[in-house]
Design a protein. Structure first.
Ligand code: ADP
Ligand code: MG
Length: 576
């Protein structure tokens, strides 16, 4: 308990204040890292938090700090904390809060705000904005604390809302006046709450387990889909046991890659279209039937009738896109344990006909890809560059992998195998650009492991200034920018012949590596897979902040990577 040891002359009592109560409440609940950007009214708060032993990491933009907090939540199952100033800083952080909520990551955005009395009368205060009202629809819960004695309860509510049930983003509004409010230190200490069992186990109903096992038993061609909810749950051993006891092929969603190794004999990652089409029973574990799974219907899923079993902590998720014949509601650890229990020792494994067909398809696809990954072309194509990075991750399975871009994302996801849970962090449910540097920083800080970021040149640009942050904290981050001179490709031309380049084109021959050098980090220009390999290995060995400008053929990419079909088409424009 940190108290302000000033003396109240009338009563001679020890006093504390809002600043110190917030710090004490965070520490009491094990929230020891803050990602943020200083400014009015939270500058001194950041200083005091650092002085009290909280790690305070200052970013160059709130959005990157917010993304860092969101992924810290995913990696640790504790809410990641982002701290911003009022109005514009709050709005910059809000994108990340909405992102955390959409991705089911626990996060708390704490923003300072201006004078309530003036804001509510709309009298034009400094950075005036009704932040609470604006945050509400974009997060799981939003709270404002007006009195110092409510700080403990306010933070407890925020923590519970963020991590219990389906995790998500929480907004905590702290008006400037609150920080300076003074109260008796002893009463202040008593007002704090250490949250007990913030995310209680949610045990599934026995009936739901029996129903799911009956459906599974009837399957001829079963499939398990593992989502990032399963990775988040940290029930790694139970999930592995379920997959192996059942003998069912599994398909990992992007961030679930590595929950079981991509090289596991039952992994159907390289036979994705086949298993989606041909399976008859699909068990979803912490994965939603959203756009990333074509909503569970249509061409990708083939014509054969399908039955879905879904394990999720959120009851409302069931039947969101198609009928779920066996909903299992609960936390993944408890649900998977109950399923395993019900399966017992004599469970009949998935038929060899089915698993053999899946393995055959997978091995064919892997063999088809292999030679492409070994080329040493200069400038590089995606396969040559990613072939090298694939080997590096195989040799360093503990490294964290951050990935964003269009082609750079889609191809890296398919090519780079993962071996351990929660090592791959990427654009997530929205497929957003801009998470890159925030994710790198949080991954390094929260795991202490080296980080490799595979970044499209456009994606990198959204948070590129944070390379200074990476250098400032001397983090073991190696960023590889796949530089193909533009968005999707660098080859578009302006059809009018006017002076502006096409909207998707960047400066040709740019040298992102020099940005890193500007802040004392290592910058390397790599023009071939051999050069790339050498530079990345050096960076991973040294742990020095490094940026490698990987020169990719500007003609190598395709429009929007694998999701070009989502672009609306004009009937008037001639097809290219
Ligand atoms: P992916 O994009 O990998 O398919 P999604 O984000 O779509 O993953 O789905 C994750 C799902 O996991 C969400 O529906 C969420 O409610 C669920 N989830 C998150 N944590 C848990 C947990 N501890 N137990 C059960 N379900 C969880
Ligand atoms: Mg590009």
């Amino acid at each position: 308990m940190s108290a302000v040891h000033s003396i109240d002359t009338s009563t001679e009592q020890d006093l504390t204040d809002g600043f110190h109560l917030i710090i004490d409440a965070l520490k009491l609940n094990g929230l020891n890292t803050i990602y943020g950007v200083p400014g009015i009214p939270i500058t001194d708060f950041g200083r005091m938090a650092q002085a009290e032993g909280i790690r305070v990491l200052s970013f160059r933009h709130e959005q990157a700090a917010g993304y860092a907090a969101s992924i810290a939540g995913y990696l640790t199952k504790k809410p990641g904390v982002c701290l911003t100033v009022s109005a514009p800083g709050f709005l910059n952080g809000l994108t990340a809060l909405a992102h955390a909520t959409t991705n089911c990551f626990p996060m708390i955005l704490i923003s300072g705000s201006s004078e309530r009395e003036i804001v509510d009368l709309q009298q034009g205060d400094y950075e005036e904005m009704d932040q609470l009202a604006i945050a509400k629809p974009l997060c799981k819960a939003a709270f404002r604390v007006l009195h110092a004695q409510d700080i403990g309860i306010g933070l407890a509510r925020a923590i519970r809302a963020a991590v219990s049930g389906r995790p998500g983003g929480v907004y905590l509004d702290l008006p400037a006046k609150l920080f300076g409010q003074v109260m008796n230190a002893e009463a202040g200490k008593k007002s704090l709450v250490k949250v007990i069992d913030a995310a209680p186990a949610q045990i599934p109903a026995p009936d739901s387990i029996k129903r799911a096992l009956d459906v599974l038993k009837s399957a001829k061609k079963p499939l398990i889909i593992l989502g990032k909810g399963a990775a988040y749950a940290q029930a790694d051993e139970a999930v592995k046991a379920l997959v192996e006891t059942s003998g069912i092929p599994f398909l990992p969603m992007s961030m679930a890659k590595g929950l079981l190794p991509d090289t596991h004999p039952q992994c159907a990652g390289a036979a994705r279209s086949t298993v989606l089409k041909d399976s008859d029973v699909v068990m979803l574990i912490g994965a939603r039937l959203n756009w990333l799974l074509s909503h569970g219907k249509g061409k990708a899923w083939g014509d054969a009738p399908k039955k879905f079993i879904q394990i999720d902590i959120e009851p409302k998720e069931m039947d969101s896109n198609v009928e779920i014949v066996a909903p299992v509601v609960g936390d993944i650890g408890s649900c998977v344990a109950a399923l395993l229990d019900g399966m017992g020792k004599s469970w009949t494994k998935a038929s060899a006909d089915w698993t053999g067909a899946v393995t055959k398809k997978r091995d064919e696809n892997v063999a088809k890809m292999a030679p492409k990954l070994m080329n040493n072309n200069s400038p590089m194509d995606y396969h040559g560059a990613l072939g090298v990075l694939r080997t590096i991750i195989a040799e360093r399975p503990d490294a964290m992998l951050v990935n964003e871009g269009a082609n750079t994302l889609d191809l890296a996801r398919g090519i780079v195998d993962m071996y351990k849970p929660r090592k791959r962090i990427d654009v997530g449910t929205w497929g957003i650009m801009g998470i890159g540097m925030g994710y790198c920083i949080a991954a390094a800080v929260e795991t202490g492991k080296p980080v490799l970021a595979i970044e499209g040149d456009s994606a990198f640009g959204f948070s590129g200034m944070e390379v200074e942050t990476i250098c400032r904290y001397n983090l073991p981050v190696c960023i590889v920018v796949f530089n193909n001179d533009g968005i999707y490709r660098g080859t578009d031309v302006n059809p009018t012949g006017g002076p502006d380049v096409a909207p998707t084109v960047f400066v040709k021959g740019s040298r992102y590596d020099m940005m890193m050098q500007a802040f004392g980090g290592v910058g390397v220009n790599a023009t071939s897979p051999d050069e790339l390999k050498r530079a990345v290995n050096e960076a991973m060995d040294s742990g020095k902040p490094t940026l490698i400008n990987a020169v990719i053929d500007p003609a190598a990419g395709s429009e929007s990577g694998r999701i070009g079909n989502l672009n609306p088409q004009s009937v008037l424009s001639k097809k290219k």
